[in-house]
Design a protein around this ligand. Sequence first.
Ligand code: PLP
Length: 370
Amino acid sequence: MLPEAKQAAREAMELSGNPSSIHAHGRRVRDLLDVAREALADRLRCAFAEVVFTSGATESANHALLGLALAHQHGKRRRILASAIEHPCVLQLAPVLQQLGFRLETVPVSRDGVCDPEAWAERLSDDVLAAAIQHANNEVGTIQPVREVAELARGVGAAVFVDAVQTMFEAWTVDDLGADLVALSGHKIGGPAGVGALYVRAGTRLNALIRGGSQERERRGGTENVPGIAGFGAAVRVLLRNAGGLREARAAARDAFLRRLATVLPGPWTPTVPLDGVLSGHAHLLFPGVDAERLLIAMDLLGVSASAGSACSAGSIDPSPVLLAMGLDPETARSGVRFTFGWSSTPEEAEWAADRVAEAHRRVAGSRRG
Ligand code: PLP
């Protein structure tokens, strides 16, 4: 976590009072929520009232797509389109949407993990309720042509939901994206885990999912996670001042890692997608002939933490659905490892990690799934 975020969360924990209470203690806590909401509104360039705090991007995506479905249950639009490499917080809504009478259809991506606006254009029509497209993929780091897809979707009157969890370090506004709904997460930007936000463009018809209180302008019932929100807001303020610096720090660590890996482990790996267009802190690599899970275990024993598949579902042994959706065969997909570098990673640490990866690779080279 960013020191500023820790500090803000700690200070919030010192306050007692419910932000919905009108007494002085309550009002002091309410002020913290307002400060955090203001930070989000500044970052997204949206109105204060368009920011809804949630427990994280998973809830935000559920709220966006299920909330749209509930609000349009009696309408003619019954299809929801999503890119085939969306996070499970979108793709796993399919059965619930089906129960509500909607069909979630996936739109294919290229071998390089990028959406093709043409493929969206072919599927978009006036029976589509929403288009869900992530701004950048959490596994391979590819940045998606969100604006083009959003324009196409708006052209047929569909709402646009963007999962922008991975791109808070990049420069964009909700209008740049053309989004009606945007999901964000605290722990991807040096804020606390368990807190996030949903941007809801004014005028969007969206039902609340969590009921039982008038918090968040009736959009989400329940007493707010005040320390989490205060920490999230403080992290967003740091981004407003220095997103470029944090982005460059991640890129410097990633590039140092790749340079060193090319020296200490020349040959037996390739980038899964071209690395020039991906998120600054991402490097997804294929190690042909090696089982990624064994490599991860060997790396872990040497002190290096990375993941195969989405980090959010680590522990699963299936090949990554993202890599399969990109057209990789299961054997190749099982050889993929995602390395990510944070704002606090240094080039020296990254070089140290590359040495350990090379050592781990020597230990498991040639091993296959048993
Ligand atoms: N969307 C993307 C692209 C992610 O990387 C993640 C995971 O962190 C999520 C959604 C889920 O976010 P959260 O952990 O805040 O629920």
